[in-house]
Design a binder for this molecule. Structure first.
Ligand SMILES: Nc1ncnc2c1ncn2[C@@H]1O[C@H](COP(=O)(O)OP(=O)(O)O)[C@@H](O)[C@H]1O
Ligand SMILES: [Mg+2]
Length: 286
């Protein structure tokens, strides 16, 4: 599949698939809930080593799209390809087995448990039937160090004692500890102040620099332009624009979010991008 977008060097952890095969590709994905068409023929591709910002107004379908990738919703139609091969992601467990981890907005951390317990929640390591506390501590500490999360006092402190940014970091660390290749984050900075937002955005950047694909849902266009390599815009269940972040400015993004089009900017040139009202023009090079 040819892309018109120069994607730069291949990600360091890229596997043996061809250089042009996206890590994840959605083709004409649709999903309805009764009369509500939440997703309408959505095309999307995500590459390793890149942060893709998913933006759109309330009700655009962002969460449904994430949950479709995460194995929570089964699409009604369309195809999902992982490293070029068709997959059916039937559960969050199946997503995790592929290497897809999702950090939801509420983070789903257990306040009364410590950092190690949270990072291994539901995936505890045991040895001779006992919890392998030292092994888990070691991996938890290593993961946090790898991610340059250095501000936590002790990995044995309960997460209730952490700041919002630290909690987000723990949730991200939990997601990347399992050989994940795609990390999806829903509004990672929504509840954070300025300094903590900067910390989390730096963390998002590091994940991509380590070769992971990152998809970040965000309402905050400052965050989007600070960290995203690519921007994709959903409106009323349709992908109305997709392209390199440098093809957009904040006003263009708002135009696409609110009207589905923009007269201001050069149209994003991604294959599969929809640059006019209506449906995708055939999607990828088929
Ligand atoms: N489980 C569900 N049942 C019925 N309708 C849903 C469900 N989830 C989402 N929707 C509808 O799908 C549309 C897209 O929702 P959502 O993906 O949550 O939007 P966003 O995250 O972009 O704000 C909305 O109209 C919403 O009401
Ligand atoms: Mg949502």
């Amino acid at each position: 599949m040819a892309t018109s977008e120069a994607t730069g060097a291949p990600a360091p952890t890229a596997q043996s698939e061809g250089p042009d095969v996206p890590l994840l590709e959605l083709r004409t994905i649709s999903k309805s809930f009764g009369a509500v068409q939440a997703l309408r023929g959505v095309d999307l591709s995500l590459d390793s080593g890149q942060v893709t910002a998913l933006v759109g107004d309330n009700g655009a379908g962002k969460s449904v799209l994430i949950k479709t990738i995460a194995g929570i919703h089964a699409p009604d139609g369309g195809d999902i390809l992982w490293k070029g091969g068709p997959v059916h992601i039937r559960s969050p467990k199946a997503a995790a087995a592929l290497g897809i981890e999702t950090v939801y907005q509420d983070l789903a951390l257990c306040d009364n448990l410590d950092i190690v317990q949270n990072m291994f929640l539901g995936r505890e390591v045991t040895r001779h039937g006992l919890l392998a506390e030292e092994d888990m501590e070691l991996s938890a500490r290593q993961t946090l160090t790898d991610l340059s999360v250095t501000t936590v006092r002790s990995i044995r402190q309960p997460v209730v004692s952490l700041s919002g940014g630290q909690r987000q970091a723990v949730a991200v660390a939990r997601a990347v500890m399992w050989n994940s290749e795609l990390v999806i984050m829903d509004e990672p900075t929504a509840a954070l102040g300025v300094a903590q937002t900067a910390m989390v955005l730096a963390l998002v950047r590091r994940l991509a620099d380590r070769g992971l694909a990152v998809m970040m849902v965000s309402h905050n266009l400052n965050d989007v332009f600070a960290v995203a390599d690519r921007i994709v815009v959903l409106r009323l269940g349709r992908m109305v624009a997709a392209g390199p972040a440098s093809d957009f400015d904040p006003q263009t993004v708002v135009d696409y979010m609110t009207t589905g089009r923009s007269d201001r900017a050069p149209h994003p040139t991604d294959p599969g991008a929809v640059t006019t009202e209506g449906r995708a023009e055939g999607g990828e090079d088929d």
